[in-house]
Ligand binder design. Structure first.
Ligand code: FAD
Length: 475
């Protein structure tokens, strides 16, 4: 018999399960349909497992190369990659159990299966129906619903003609599942995922070359951040080739290695590595979910939504990676909450995407919020810049990680902060101060007036804020 719900959510990733929790909190009868594992990409193939590997890589590097500089003598340091993967798995498992527990606590009905929209039911005045092909092979479940939230996420993209075999040519999914480390890896794409993998694998001792189509790595970040990241990663031994168009038709595989060429200006260069990681972005999961049974529009591969996250059918919402934009876990979950609050006739604050922090968890880390210096100038602002290095801050030296800086871009006329860009150890945990400042429309002066504890890495933010008006103390 068909079950009736106030809200059905299709996809139990970060966006979907958080939406389900808010829906239940607001007293709505809620169902969540997930064909894989609750927690989705972020928990099983993204944020968490990749950060667990990055942490192991950092600890390995520190113990192997830097321990002595702290006065700690270590001998015969070796890497046990199976134990690294085991640690990753246990963190993921722990969080997975947590999400399952939250679903139980919220009395959310979880359907383990593949959901598909069928359009309105002839048996009910409710506007939508979902059929769920159950993973356990039992008869399809029919869910009749007042509101639907599509949160079907995304999957790795590849270059046309370049097949991901997940053995030698990997996506990030395949790379996370590696049982042993290759001697060398060619990384196609120098965006966030490519740079995190380059940094991590290099720290594990893999020979890394990154090939990027744009003229700089991290092309959406502030140019100073791109330059500094390249410089610091090159110092660690990573090779970069920018302005390079990879030619998928040139790929040649033997059992030991892969060779592929790229067009760089007027010449062609070939690259050989034991494995290739393709990190050229992600594509939305919009197939097989019954879009054809609805009025929903797809634009450039993503589900088209209004600022309220409603699609063309006003009872169907879409959030997270499947609608494009900033494909980040915290964006997906926030959109999920906003969609549910709209369903519950609340008026959520419209999301200001420019005030959302973006983080890169490589070593060094990078983090930013707001617009870049170049974007600010293109928008006609007369900018003033405050920049301060970690080198001049005691805590960074104590930590043995003093590379990088904080850069604040402000409007000369109004003193508004337009963007904050950071690179260095610990910045992914520091960026929220800048995010809060931007949300509260604080000025650099107000940041500087917030007395930062000494010694702390956050002093760099205070000094950068002072530097906007040429008043930095320790420089
Ligand atoms: P997803 O997490 O992709 O979840 C969608 C879910 O829908 C999946 O579980 C899928 O199985 C399910 N589904 C799809 N179709 C159906 C169907 N028909 N029926 C039932 N279920 C269905 N973001 C960050 O903020 N920080 C990071 O550090 C970070 N690191 C990342 C590292 C990597 C390697 C990758 C790949 C991504 C990373 N991301 C990170 C991005 C982040 O993982 C995504 O932005 C986030 O997972 C999006 O959440 P979502 O709920 O929209 O989609």
């Amino acid at each position: 018999m068909a079950q009736e719900y106030d809200v059905v959510i299709l996809g139990g990733g970060t966006g979907g399960y958080v939406a389900a929790i808010r829906s239940a909190q607001l007293g709505l009868k809620t169902a969540l349909v997930e064909k894989g594992k609750l927690g989705g990409t972020c928990l099983h193939k993204g944020c968490i497992p990749s950060k667990a590997l990055l942490k192991s890589a950092e600890v390995y590097q520190l113990t192997k190369e830097k321990a002595l500089s702290f006065g700690v003598e270590t001998e015969g340091v070796t890497l046990n990659f199976s134990a690294v993967q085991e640690r990753k798995k246990s963190i993921v498992d722990q969080l997975y159990k947590g999400v399952q527990g939250l679903m139980k606590k919220g009395k959310i009905d979880v359907y383990e299966g593949t959901g598909r929209m069928l359009g309105p039911s002839i048996f009910s005045p409710m506007p939508g129906t979902i059929s769920v092909e159950m993973n356990n092979g039992e008869e399809n479940e029919m869910l009749i619903l007042k509101n639907l939230v599509l949160a079907t996420g995304s999957r790795p993209r590849t270059l046309p003609g370049l097949e991901l075999d997940e053995e030698q040519i990997l996506s990030s999914d395949g790379a996370l599942a590696l049982e042993s480390l290759p001697a060398s890896m060619l990384i196609i794409g120098g965006g966030v995922i490519g740079i995190e993998w380059a940094s991590m694998l290099n720290d594990f001792g893999v020979d890394i070359t990154v090939v990027e189509y744009a003229d700089r790595i991290l092309p959406t970040e502030d140019e100073d951040i791109s330059k500094e990241m390249k410089k610091l990663l090159e110092k660690k031994g990573i090779k970069f080739v920018t302005g390079a168009k990879v030619l998928p038709e040139t790929v040649e595989k033997t059992s030991e290695q892969v060779t592929i060429s790229a067009e760089i200006g007027d010449s062609t260069q070939s690259f050989t590595a034991e494995k290739v990681l393709v990190s050229v972005g992600r594509q939305a999961n919009t197939e097989g979910i019954g879009i054809e049974n609805t009025e929903i529009e797809i634009e450039k591969g993503y589900i088209k939504t209004r600022p309220t996250f409603q699609t063309k059918e006003s009872h169907i919402y879409a959030i997270g990676d499947c609608i494009g934009g900033l494909q980040l876990a915290h964006v997906a979950s926030h959109e999920g909450i906003a969609a549910i609050e709209h369903i519950a006739n609340q008026t959520p604050e419209p999301m200001d995407y420019e005030k959302i922090s973006r983080c890169i968890y490589s070593s060094p880390e990078a983090a930013s919020v707001g617009i870049t210096e170049k974007q600010a100038k293109e928008r006609g602002f007369t900018v003033k810049i405050g920049k301060f290095p970690f080198q001049a801050v005691g805590k960074a030296l104590v930590n043995g990680k003093a590379d990088g800086f904080v850069k604040i871009v402000a409007d000369e006329k109004t003193d508004d902060i337009l963007g904050v860009h950071m690179i260095g150890a610990g910045v992914t945990d520091m960026i929220s101060e800048a995010g809060l400042a931007m949300v509260l429309d604080a000025t650099p002066w107000e940041i500087a007036d917030t007395i930062h504890p000494h010694p702390s890495l956050s002093e760099v933010i205070g000094e950068a804020a002072l530097a906007v008006d040429g008043k930095a103390i320790h420089m």
